[in-house]
Design a protein around this ligand. Structure first.
Ligand code: GLP
Length: 245
């Protein structure tokens, strides 16, 4: 666990690491596979990557991305879809090829969900696995949308969102009744296959969940706690989020 004075400092350091990885692989003519997250937490990191692209010429042509999750029922054109969020927050501002961007589809029909999720898993593996997975943490201790009860070995699947998670999203959707009840998310097992994991958390309201994830028992009740069992998982937090450690 690393405690930073603020999110901007942490974001800069992580972006510098990602830049070095992208440039090293580009020299070898190889891709980098990044696991992307949504929410407010990764925004400073994305902002720094955009700056590196615009001001320092960092190219994302050899970057392949897989997002953690998507609301079930929302298309890429919906303003609250994670596809829209990613386009607005980073993808529209860098030179990543559209074909390299992977986000679970919220619009697959019910009878296609299983096949869609299996294909997502297979595509991650076909790309050589995720080199570095970015994570946030929700108020239920979830990573991606792996709500309490998600097993250590769970794979990409449709999940029912927790009441707490839907309440936290209510403002964005102008009312809890508008928040989808389901999402498609990479599983805990999918995430743990990533070679390097970085969970970021900022502010006092994350302190309790960060403490449980870092110091509590590994449990299905807090899916982020499974990071303790990963050989290369880091928590990048600010002083606020470290308050209960
Ligand atoms: C959603 C996302 C998570 C994210 C969480 C926290 O539930 N599916 O990936 O970590 O929100 O959001 P925020 O970063 O805005 O606190």
């Amino acid at each position: 666990t690393r405690i930073f004075p603020n999110s901007a400092t942490a974001a800069k350091e992580l972006a510098a690491e990602v830049r070095a990885l992208i440039e090293e692989r580009a020299k070898q003519g190889k891709n980098v596979v990044l696991g992307m997250a949504t929410g407010s937490t990764p925004v400073p990191f994305y902002r720094e990557l955009i700056r590196l692209h615009k001001e320092e010429g960092l190219s994302f042509k050899n970057v392949v991305t897989f997002n953690l999750d998507e609301y079930y029922g929302l298309g890429a054109d919906h303003p609250e879809s994670y596809a829209r969020f990613m386009a607005d927050q980073i993808f529209d501002h860098i030179d990543i090829p559209k074909a390299n961007i992977n986000i679970p589809s919220g619009k697959v029909s019910s009878d296609q969900v299983f096949a869609h999720c299996r294909e997502y898993e297979e595509k991650i593996d076909a790309m050589g696995g995720i080199d570095l997975q970015i994570l946030g943490i929700g108020r239920t201790g979830h990573i991606g949308f792996n709500e309490p009860g998600s097993s250590r070995d769970s794979l990409t699947r449709r999940i029912t969102l927790d009441r707490v998670t839907r309440q936290d999203a209510a403002a964005d959707f102008r009312g809890e009744e508008n928040v989808p009840h389901f999402a498609i998310t990479m599983g805990v097992g999918t995430i743990l296959r990533g070679k390097k994991l970085v969970l970021m958390a900022w502010g006092d309201n994350k302190a309790e969940m960060v403490a449980k994830a870092v110091e509590g028992p590994m449990t299905e009740a807090i899916s982020a706690s499974f990071l303790q069992g990963h050989p290369n998982a880091r928590f990048y937090i600010d002083t606020g989020a470290s308050r209960e450690l």
